[in-house]
Design a protein around this ligand. Structure first.
Ligand SMILES: *Cc1c(COP(=O)(O)O)cnc(C)c1O
Length: 416
Protein backbone atom coordinates (compact mmCIF):
# COMPACT_ATOMS: atom_id res chain seq x y z
CA UNK A 1 0.00 0.00 0.00
CA UNK A 2 2.25 2.79 -1.24
CA UNK A 3 -0.12 5.61 -0.15
CA UNK A 4 0.03 4.64 3.49
CA UNK A 5 3.75 4.25 3.35
CA UNK A 6 4.25 7.71 1.84
CA UNK A 7 2.08 9.02 4.66
CA UNK A 8 4.67 7.34 6.82
CA UNK A 9 7.15 10.04 5.84
CA UNK A 10 6.75 13.17 7.96
CA UNK A 11 3.94 15.20 6.43
CA UNK A 12 6.33 17.99 5.52
CA UNK A 13 8.33 15.68 3.25
CA UNK A 14 5.28 14.22 1.54
CA UNK A 15 3.98 17.72 0.92
CA UNK A 16 7.35 18.95 -0.24
CA UNK A 17 7.55 16.16 -2.84
CA UNK A 18 4.12 17.08 -4.19
CA UNK A 19 5.09 20.74 -4.28
CA UNK A 20 8.38 20.08 -6.06
CA UNK A 21 6.57 18.00 -8.69
CA UNK A 22 4.06 20.76 -9.21
CA UNK A 23 6.76 23.37 -9.66
CA UNK A 24 8.97 21.12 -11.83
CA UNK A 25 9.24 22.56 -15.37
CA UNK A 26 10.44 19.15 -16.63
CA UNK A 27 7.65 17.10 -15.01
CA UNK A 28 5.82 16.62 -18.29
CA UNK A 29 8.71 14.73 -19.87
CA UNK A 30 8.26 11.75 -17.55
CA UNK A 31 5.26 10.64 -19.64
CA UNK A 32 7.55 10.26 -22.67
CA UNK A 33 9.12 7.17 -21.09
CA UNK A 34 7.79 3.62 -20.92
CA UNK A 35 6.25 3.43 -17.43
CA UNK A 36 4.87 -0.03 -16.64
CA UNK A 37 2.57 -0.38 -13.61
CA UNK A 38 4.72 -3.03 -11.99
CA UNK A 39 7.48 -0.53 -11.33
CA UNK A 40 6.61 1.51 -8.24
CA UNK A 41 9.81 3.57 -8.26
CA UNK A 42 12.84 3.35 -10.52
CA UNK A 43 16.01 4.70 -8.94
CA UNK A 44 18.58 3.12 -11.19
CA UNK A 45 18.62 5.44 -14.18
CA UNK A 46 22.36 5.79 -13.62
CA UNK A 47 22.81 2.09 -14.32
CA UNK A 48 20.27 1.59 -17.10
CA UNK A 49 18.07 4.47 -18.23
CA UNK A 50 14.40 3.82 -19.01
CA UNK A 51 13.38 3.57 -22.67
CA UNK A 52 11.49 6.36 -24.41
CA UNK A 53 8.18 5.40 -26.03
CA UNK A 54 9.29 7.05 -29.27
CA UNK A 55 12.14 4.52 -29.43
CA UNK A 56 9.64 1.69 -29.75
CA UNK A 57 8.22 3.26 -32.92
CA UNK A 58 11.61 4.21 -34.29
CA UNK A 59 12.97 0.68 -33.88
CA UNK A 60 9.95 -0.75 -35.71
CA UNK A 61 10.34 1.79 -38.49
CA UNK A 62 14.04 0.94 -38.70
CA UNK A 63 13.39 -2.79 -39.10
CA UNK A 64 10.71 -2.21 -41.74
CA UNK A 65 12.37 0.60 -43.65
CA UNK A 66 16.05 1.38 -43.25
CA UNK A 67 17.03 -2.19 -42.65
CA UNK A 68 14.16 -4.23 -44.17
CA UNK A 69 13.81 -2.29 -47.40
CA UNK A 70 17.00 -0.35 -47.98
CA UNK A 71 19.11 -3.31 -46.89
CA UNK A 72 22.79 -3.00 -47.69
CA UNK A 73 22.16 0.19 -49.66
CA UNK A 74 21.60 1.94 -46.33
CA UNK A 75 25.33 1.79 -45.59
CA UNK A 76 25.95 4.26 -48.40
CA UNK A 77 22.77 6.19 -47.88
CA UNK A 78 22.98 6.74 -44.15
CA UNK A 79 24.84 4.33 -41.92
CA UNK A 80 28.50 5.02 -42.69
CA UNK A 81 28.32 8.47 -41.13
CA UNK A 82 26.20 7.51 -38.12
CA UNK A 83 29.15 7.09 -35.67
CA UNK A 84 30.33 10.65 -36.25
CA UNK A 85 26.89 12.20 -36.76
CA UNK A 86 25.64 10.79 -33.45
CA UNK A 87 29.02 11.62 -31.92
CA UNK A 88 28.58 15.25 -32.92
CA UNK A 89 25.08 15.24 -31.42
CA UNK A 90 26.49 13.97 -28.11
CA UNK A 91 29.23 16.60 -28.33
CA UNK A 92 26.68 19.37 -28.82
CA UNK A 93 23.94 18.18 -26.46
CA UNK A 94 25.96 17.04 -23.46
CA UNK A 95 29.75 17.39 -23.77
CA UNK A 96 30.37 20.97 -24.83
CA UNK A 97 32.44 19.63 -27.72
CA UNK A 98 32.67 21.11 -31.21
CA UNK A 99 31.92 18.74 -34.13
CA UNK A 100 34.50 16.28 -35.39
CA UNK A 101 35.83 15.16 -32.01
CA UNK A 102 33.32 12.59 -30.75
CA UNK A 103 32.67 9.13 -32.14
CA UNK A 104 30.19 6.40 -31.17
CA UNK A 105 30.95 2.70 -31.19
CA UNK A 106 32.27 -0.18 -29.07
CA UNK A 107 31.61 -0.50 -25.33
CA UNK A 108 33.02 1.96 -22.82
CA UNK A 109 35.57 -0.66 -21.86
CA UNK A 110 36.86 -1.17 -25.38
CA UNK A 111 36.93 2.54 -26.18
CA UNK A 112 38.73 3.16 -22.93
CA UNK A 113 41.36 0.60 -23.88
CA UNK A 114 41.79 2.15 -27.31
CA UNK A 115 42.21 5.68 -25.99
CA UNK A 116 44.41 4.76 -23.01
CA UNK A 117 46.69 2.75 -25.26
CA UNK A 118 46.83 5.45 -27.94
CA UNK A 119 47.55 8.10 -25.31
CA UNK A 120 50.38 6.18 -23.68
CA UNK A 121 51.90 5.43 -27.09
CA UNK A 122 51.72 9.14 -27.91
CA UNK A 123 53.93 9.98 -24.89
CA UNK A 124 56.76 7.47 -25.40
CA UNK A 125 59.30 9.11 -23.09
CA UNK A 126 56.99 9.07 -20.08
CA UNK A 127 56.77 6.08 -17.77
CA UNK A 128 53.85 6.78 -15.42
CA UNK A 129 50.06 6.84 -15.44
CA UNK A 130 48.05 8.47 -12.64
CA UNK A 131 44.72 6.92 -11.62
CA UNK A 132 42.69 6.26 -8.47
CA UNK A 133 41.65 3.18 -6.55
CA UNK A 134 38.01 4.28 -6.26
CA UNK A 135 37.40 4.29 -10.00
CA UNK A 136 35.04 1.79 -11.65
CA UNK A 137 36.55 -1.70 -12.04
CA UNK A 138 36.79 -1.62 -15.83
CA UNK A 139 38.84 1.59 -15.69
CA UNK A 140 41.28 0.11 -13.17
CA UNK A 141 41.50 -3.23 -14.96
CA UNK A 142 42.09 -1.76 -18.42
CA UNK A 143 44.67 0.64 -17.08
CA UNK A 144 46.60 -2.06 -15.24
CA UNK A 145 46.68 -4.16 -18.40
CA UNK A 146 47.90 -1.30 -20.62
CA UNK A 147 50.55 -0.45 -18.03
CA UNK A 148 51.77 -4.07 -18.05
CA UNK A 149 51.65 -4.21 -21.85
CA UNK A 150 53.65 -1.03 -22.31
CA UNK A 151 55.98 -1.18 -19.29
CA UNK A 152 54.39 1.79 -17.52
CA UNK A 153 53.89 2.25 -13.77
CA UNK A 154 50.49 3.22 -12.39
CA UNK A 155 50.67 5.77 -9.57
CA UNK A 156 47.49 5.05 -7.63
CA UNK A 157 45.76 7.80 -5.68
CA UNK A 158 43.70 6.49 -2.75
CA UNK A 159 41.03 9.16 -2.40
CA UNK A 160 38.60 9.56 0.46
CA UNK A 161 35.76 7.26 -0.71
CA UNK A 162 33.14 9.68 0.65
CA UNK A 163 34.36 12.41 -1.63
CA UNK A 164 36.77 11.80 -4.50
CA UNK A 165 40.06 12.71 -6.11
CA UNK A 166 41.30 16.18 -5.16
CA UNK A 167 43.39 18.38 -7.48
CA UNK A 168 46.18 18.45 -4.86
CA UNK A 169 46.39 14.65 -4.87
CA UNK A 170 46.91 14.68 -8.63
CA UNK A 171 49.37 17.59 -8.46
CA UNK A 172 51.48 15.70 -5.94
CA UNK A 173 52.08 12.86 -8.40
CA UNK A 174 52.36 14.85 -11.64
CA UNK A 175 55.83 15.16 -13.10
CA UNK A 176 57.65 15.01 -16.40
CA UNK A 177 57.31 11.23 -16.08
CA UNK A 178 53.50 11.36 -16.31
CA UNK A 179 52.13 10.12 -19.64
CA UNK A 180 48.42 10.08 -18.74
CA UNK A 181 45.94 10.93 -16.00
CA UNK A 182 42.77 8.78 -16.02
CA UNK A 183 39.87 9.73 -13.75
CA UNK A 184 36.09 9.62 -13.58
CA UNK A 185 34.32 12.96 -13.66
CA UNK A 186 31.50 11.75 -11.39
CA UNK A 187 32.52 8.95 -9.01
CA UNK A 188 30.33 5.88 -9.52
CA UNK A 189 29.99 5.19 -5.80
CA UNK A 190 29.92 8.55 -4.02
CA UNK A 191 28.79 10.76 -6.97
CA UNK A 192 31.61 13.20 -6.16
CA UNK A 193 32.22 15.59 -9.06
CA UNK A 194 35.94 15.96 -9.61
CA UNK A 195 37.34 19.39 -10.43
CA UNK A 196 37.70 18.66 -14.14
CA UNK A 197 38.97 22.09 -15.24
CA UNK A 198 41.63 22.34 -12.50
CA UNK A 199 42.92 18.78 -12.88
CA UNK A 200 42.93 19.04 -16.66
CA UNK A 201 44.93 22.27 -16.53
CA UNK A 202 47.44 20.82 -14.07
CA UNK A 203 47.94 17.67 -16.15
CA UNK A 204 48.44 19.64 -19.33
CA UNK A 205 50.87 22.01 -17.61
CA UNK A 206 52.94 18.95 -16.74
CA UNK A 207 52.88 17.86 -20.38
CA UNK A 208 50.67 14.86 -19.60
CA UNK A 209 47.48 13.82 -21.38
CA UNK A 210 44.22 13.56 -19.46
CA UNK A 211 41.33 11.15 -20.05
CA UNK A 212 38.00 11.63 -18.30
CA UNK A 213 35.44 8.84 -17.91
CA UNK A 214 32.08 10.60 -18.20
CA UNK A 215 29.87 7.54 -17.70
CA UNK A 216 28.07 9.06 -14.70
CA UNK A 217 28.01 12.63 -15.96
CA UNK A 218 27.02 12.50 -19.63
CA UNK A 219 23.45 13.73 -19.94
CA UNK A 220 23.04 14.98 -16.40
CA UNK A 221 26.04 17.11 -15.37
CA UNK A 222 27.45 19.83 -17.62
CA UNK A 223 30.94 18.93 -18.77
CA UNK A 224 32.47 21.56 -21.07
CA UNK A 225 35.25 19.47 -22.64
CA UNK A 226 36.44 22.02 -25.20
CA UNK A 227 36.36 24.93 -22.74
CA UNK A 228 38.44 23.00 -20.19
CA UNK A 229 40.96 21.90 -22.83
CA UNK A 230 40.35 18.19 -22.13
CA UNK A 231 42.40 15.80 -24.27
CA UNK A 232 40.33 12.62 -24.16
CA UNK A 233 37.05 11.33 -22.77
CA UNK A 234 34.86 8.25 -22.88
CA UNK A 235 31.35 7.63 -21.59
CA UNK A 236 28.50 5.25 -21.47
CA UNK A 237 25.47 5.18 -23.78
CA UNK A 238 23.02 3.30 -21.56
CA UNK A 239 23.09 5.32 -18.33
CA UNK A 240 21.78 8.91 -18.52
CA UNK A 241 21.77 8.67 -22.32
CA UNK A 242 19.13 5.91 -22.11
CA UNK A 243 20.53 3.89 -25.02
CA UNK A 244 19.44 0.51 -23.65
CA UNK A 245 21.43 -2.57 -22.66
CA UNK A 246 24.75 -2.70 -24.48
CA UNK A 247 24.24 0.65 -26.18
CA UNK A 248 27.42 1.91 -27.83
CA UNK A 249 29.68 4.20 -25.86
CA UNK A 250 31.24 7.45 -27.05
CA UNK A 251 34.83 8.58 -27.24
CA UNK A 252 36.14 12.15 -27.48
CA UNK A 253 39.58 13.05 -28.77
CA UNK A 254 40.49 16.74 -29.01
CA UNK A 255 41.08 17.68 -32.61
CA UNK A 256 44.67 18.81 -31.96
CA UNK A 257 45.61 15.19 -31.13
CA UNK A 258 44.08 13.34 -34.09
CA UNK A 259 47.09 13.35 -36.35
CA UNK A 260 49.57 12.08 -33.73
CA UNK A 261 47.32 9.35 -32.29
CA UNK A 262 47.43 5.77 -33.55
CA UNK A 263 44.79 3.57 -31.99
CA UNK A 264 45.57 -0.09 -31.28
CA UNK A 265 42.60 -1.86 -32.92
CA UNK A 266 43.32 -0.98 -36.52
CA UNK A 267 40.19 -2.28 -38.22
CA UNK A 268 38.92 -1.58 -41.70
CA UNK A 269 36.12 0.78 -40.57
CA UNK A 270 38.65 3.19 -39.12
CA UNK A 271 40.81 3.11 -42.20
CA UNK A 272 40.93 5.85 -44.81
CA UNK A 273 38.97 3.97 -47.48
CA UNK A 274 37.24 0.86 -46.11
CA UNK A 275 35.80 -0.30 -49.42
CA UNK A 276 39.09 -0.01 -51.28
CA UNK A 277 40.03 -3.27 -49.53
CA UNK A 278 43.66 -2.19 -49.80
CA UNK A 279 46.77 -4.09 -48.66
CA UNK A 280 47.77 -1.80 -45.78
CA UNK A 281 46.09 0.08 -42.96
CA UNK A 282 45.99 3.82 -43.46
CA UNK A 283 44.01 5.62 -40.73
CA UNK A 284 41.01 7.72 -41.69
CA UNK A 285 41.33 11.45 -41.22
CA UNK A 286 39.97 12.95 -38.03
CA UNK A 287 37.90 11.24 -35.37
CA UNK A 288 36.89 8.40 -37.71
CA UNK A 289 40.28 6.80 -37.17
CA UNK A 290 39.11 5.71 -33.73
CA UNK A 291 36.55 3.32 -35.23
CA UNK A 292 37.60 -0.31 -35.56
CA UNK A 293 34.94 -2.72 -36.86
CA UNK A 294 31.40 -2.30 -38.15
CA UNK A 295 29.63 0.21 -35.89
CA UNK A 296 26.45 -0.79 -33.98
CA UNK A 297 23.90 1.20 -35.96
CA UNK A 298 20.83 -0.32 -34.27
CA UNK A 299 22.08 0.62 -30.81
CA UNK A 300 22.46 4.27 -31.74
CA UNK A 301 18.71 4.80 -32.29
CA UNK A 302 17.65 5.03 -28.61
CA UNK A 303 20.64 7.26 -27.81
CA UNK A 304 19.60 9.65 -30.57
CA UNK A 305 16.05 9.77 -29.18
CA UNK A 306 17.32 10.66 -25.72
CA UNK A 307 19.69 13.29 -27.10
CA UNK A 308 16.75 14.95 -28.84
CA UNK A 309 14.88 15.05 -25.54
CA UNK A 310 17.92 16.38 -23.66
CA UNK A 311 18.27 19.20 -26.16
CA UNK A 312 14.57 20.02 -25.88
CA UNK A 313 14.68 20.04 -22.08
CA UNK A 314 18.07 21.77 -21.88
CA UNK A 315 21.02 20.46 -19.88
CA UNK A 316 21.03 23.37 -17.38
CA UNK A 317 17.39 22.66 -16.46
CA UNK A 318 18.17 18.94 -16.18
CA UNK A 319 21.06 19.68 -13.84
CA UNK A 320 18.88 22.00 -11.77
CA UNK A 321 16.25 19.30 -11.25
CA UNK A 322 18.98 16.78 -10.54
CA UNK A 323 20.28 18.94 -7.69
CA UNK A 324 16.77 19.29 -6.23
CA UNK A 325 16.26 15.52 -6.40
CA UNK A 326 19.51 14.69 -4.66
CA UNK A 327 18.91 17.45 -2.09
CA UNK A 328 15.53 15.92 -1.31
CA UNK A 329 17.09 12.48 -0.85
CA UNK A 330 19.81 13.86 1.43
CA UNK A 331 17.29 15.83 3.50
CA UNK A 332 15.08 12.77 4.05
CA UNK A 333 18.13 10.67 4.84
CA UNK A 334 19.31 13.16 7.45
CA UNK A 335 15.99 13.62 9.18
CA UNK A 336 14.20 10.33 8.77
CA UNK A 337 16.77 7.64 8.04
CA UNK A 338 19.78 8.76 10.08
CA UNK A 339 18.00 7.85 13.35
CA UNK A 340 17.80 4.29 11.95
CA UNK A 341 21.55 4.20 11.40
CA UNK A 342 21.72 5.35 7.76
CA UNK A 343 24.77 7.36 6.71
CA UNK A 344 24.94 9.62 3.64
CA UNK A 345 28.04 8.54 1.70
CA UNK A 346 27.81 11.23 -0.99
CA UNK A 347 29.05 14.82 -0.94
CA UNK A 348 26.79 17.28 0.85
CA UNK A 349 27.76 20.23 -1.30
CA UNK A 350 25.42 20.13 -4.36
CA UNK A 351 28.11 21.66 -6.58
CA UNK A 352 30.29 18.59 -5.92
CA UNK A 353 27.51 15.99 -6.16
CA UNK A 354 26.41 14.26 -9.36
CA UNK A 355 23.02 12.68 -9.94
CA UNK A 356 23.01 9.91 -7.39
CA UNK A 357 23.10 9.60 -3.64
CA UNK A 358 24.60 6.67 -1.79
CA UNK A 359 23.17 5.72 1.59
CA UNK A 360 24.98 3.23 3.79
CA UNK A 361 23.59 0.89 6.41
CA UNK A 362 24.79 -2.47 7.65
CA UNK A 363 21.52 -4.12 6.57
CA UNK A 364 21.38 -2.44 3.17
CA UNK A 365 21.89 -5.62 1.15
CA UNK A 366 18.74 -7.24 2.52
CA UNK A 367 16.84 -3.92 2.52
CA UNK A 368 17.52 -3.54 -1.22
CA UNK A 369 16.31 -7.10 -1.83
CA UNK A 370 13.06 -6.23 -0.05
CA UNK A 371 12.74 -2.97 -2.03
CA UNK A 372 13.09 -4.91 -5.30
CA UNK A 373 10.34 -7.30 -4.15
CA UNK A 374 8.13 -4.25 -3.69
CA UNK A 375 8.79 -2.93 -7.21
CA UNK A 376 11.20 -0.26 -5.98
CA UNK A 377 14.45 -0.51 -7.88
CA UNK A 378 17.61 1.16 -6.65
CA UNK A 379 21.12 -0.29 -6.86
CA UNK A 380 23.18 -2.05 -4.25
CA UNK A 381 26.91 -1.43 -4.18
CA UNK A 382 29.00 -3.50 -1.78
CA UNK A 383 29.62 -3.56 1.02
CA UNK A 384 26.67 -1.58 2.43
CA UNK A 385 25.64 1.06 -0.12
CA UNK A 386 22.20 1.78 -1.51
CA UNK A 387 22.69 3.87 -4.60
CA UNK A 388 19.77 6.09 -5.52
CA UNK A 389 20.23 7.06 -9.15
CA UNK A 390 18.04 10.01 -10.08
CA UNK A 391 17.50 10.48 -13.78
CA UNK A 392 15.81 13.89 -13.85
CA UNK A 393 13.78 13.45 -17.03
CA UNK A 394 12.15 10.19 -15.95
CA UNK A 395 12.00 10.51 -12.15
CA UNK A 396 9.38 12.37 -10.11
CA UNK A 397 9.79 13.64 -6.56
CA UNK A 398 6.75 11.57 -5.53
CA UNK A 399 8.47 8.45 -6.87
CA UNK A 400 11.55 9.25 -4.82
CA UNK A 401 9.45 9.97 -1.71
CA UNK A 402 7.66 6.64 -2.07
CA UNK A 403 10.94 4.77 -2.30
CA UNK A 404 12.41 6.51 0.74
CA UNK A 405 9.26 5.85 2.76
CA UNK A 406 9.50 2.15 1.94
CA UNK A 407 13.15 2.13 2.90
CA UNK A 408 12.33 3.74 6.21
CA UNK A 409 9.61 1.18 6.86
CA UNK A 410 11.93 -1.74 6.05
CA UNK A 411 14.77 -0.47 8.23
CA UNK A 412 12.42 0.51 11.10
CA UNK A 413 10.83 -2.96 11.12
CA UNK A 414 14.28 -4.42 11.55
CA UNK A 415 15.07 -2.31 14.60
CA UNK A 416 11.81 -3.14 16.35
C1 LIG B 1 29.21 2.08 -16.30
C2 LIG B 1 30.64 2.40 -16.39
C3 LIG B 1 31.44 1.75 -17.33
C4 LIG B 1 30.81 0.67 -18.19
O1 LIG B 1 31.64 0.04 -19.09
P1 LIG B 1 30.98 -0.97 -20.14
O2 LIG B 1 32.07 -1.29 -21.05
O3 LIG B 1 29.83 -0.27 -20.76
O4 LIG B 1 30.48 -2.15 -19.38
C5 LIG B 1 32.77 2.12 -17.40
N1 LIG B 1 33.29 3.08 -16.59
C6 LIG B 1 32.52 3.71 -15.66
C7 LIG B 1 33.12 4.76 -14.78
C8 LIG B 1 31.19 3.37 -15.54
O5 LIG B 1 30.43 3.97 -14.63
Amino acid sequence: MPERVVDGLPRAFAELAAELDERDPLAGHRAEFVLPDGVVAYLDGNSLGRPLTVTRDRLTAFVDGEWGERLIRAWDERWMDRPTVVGDLIGRAVLGAAPGQTVVGDSTTVLLYKLVRAAVDARPGRSEIIADTENFPTDRFVLARVAAETGRTVRWIEPDPGTGVQPAEVAELLSDRTALVLLSHVAYKSAYIADLPAITAAARDAGALVLWDLSHSAGVVEVGLDAAGVDLAVGCGYKFLNGGPGAPAFGYVAERLHAEFVQPITGWMGSADPFAMGPDYVPARGIRRFLSGTPPILGMIPVEDMLALIERAGLPAIREKSVLLTEYAVAVADEVLAPLGVVVASPREPRRRGAHVTLEHEAMRSAVEELWRRGIIPDFRPARGLRIGLSPLSTSFAELATALAHLRQILAARVR
